[in-house]
Design a protein around this ligand. Structure first.
Ligand code: DC
Length: 213
């Protein structure tokens, strides 16, 4: 069984998808982490973000594995490295390259071959698995999403302001929503959940109930 959860940055997809997967004993796949991993590889190799050919070369043959809640890039645990602001703010550019999307899409489909999965991202219900049994679209207001991300970063000791985070999220939304290829949109037949005024538990409960029905 495939369950897809799409939505904009900071809507709570990762936290919620992880909990839903745990409840159902499904495998959880964070596809944003995969785009981040490629971005990390590009930056680490001092590759220019405008050098598409080299980026595609770097992406080809990349091995991405999820093990025990960690992500491994060509065998290296990059779970922390892919969460820096530098990676965060450059991933949209990498994710807009068609060949990179194709490479990752194939890996994503591979994961689903032998597993029941909960997969979250931007194009999972629209492009990767349009035939999925259960599709969800998780949204929240920009202010709420910025607040959540701001608190998360503050807890990690990152110095920033709410306005700065709101501007960054808004810019990422803009790229994700308006790119020509696989833009973020509500998948056909998806259940839309606005989490602005809901707790994590409420959203998880809603999703699990819907699936069990
Ligand atoms: O969910 P996230 O913030 O970790 O995603 C990081 C970036 O990857 C974000 O800019 C959108 C992009 N992305 C995408 O284009 N397609 C996906 N399926 C998942 C993420």
């Amino acid at each position: 069984m495939i369950i897809t959860i799409d939505g904009p940055a900071g809507a709570g997809k990762s936290t919620i998808a992880k909990l839903v997967a745990r409840k159902l004993q499904f495998t959880y796949i964070d596809t944003g982490a995969m785009y981040r991993a490629i971005t990390y590889k590009v930056l680490k190799n001092n590759c220019s973000l405008t050098d598409k050919e080299r980026i595609i070369e770097l992406a080809k043959g990349t091995k991405i594995e999820f093990k025990e809640g960690k992500i491994f890039l060509d065998g290296e645990d990059v779970s922390q490295n892919i969460r820096t602001r530098e990676v965060t703010n450059n991933t949209s550019v990498i994710a807009a390259i068609p060949e990179v999307r194709e490479i990752l899409r194939n890996i994503q489909r591979e994961y689903a071959r032998d597993n029941n999965i909960v997969m979250e991202g931007r194009d999972i219900g629209t492009v990767v698995f349009p035939e999925a049994q259960h599709k969800f679209y998780l949204d929240a207001s920009l202010t709420e999403r910025a607040k959540r991300r701001f608190l998360e970063l503050k807890n990690k000791g990152v110095k920033t302001t709410l306005d700065e985070i709101a501007a960054e999220i808004s810019e990422r939304d803009n790229i994700d929503l308006n790119r020509g290829l696989c833009p973020l949109k509500v998948p056909e037949g998806a259940t839309v959940i606005d989490s602005t005024n809901k707790t994590i538990e409420e959203v998880v409960e809603l999703i699990v109930k819907k699936i069990k029905k």
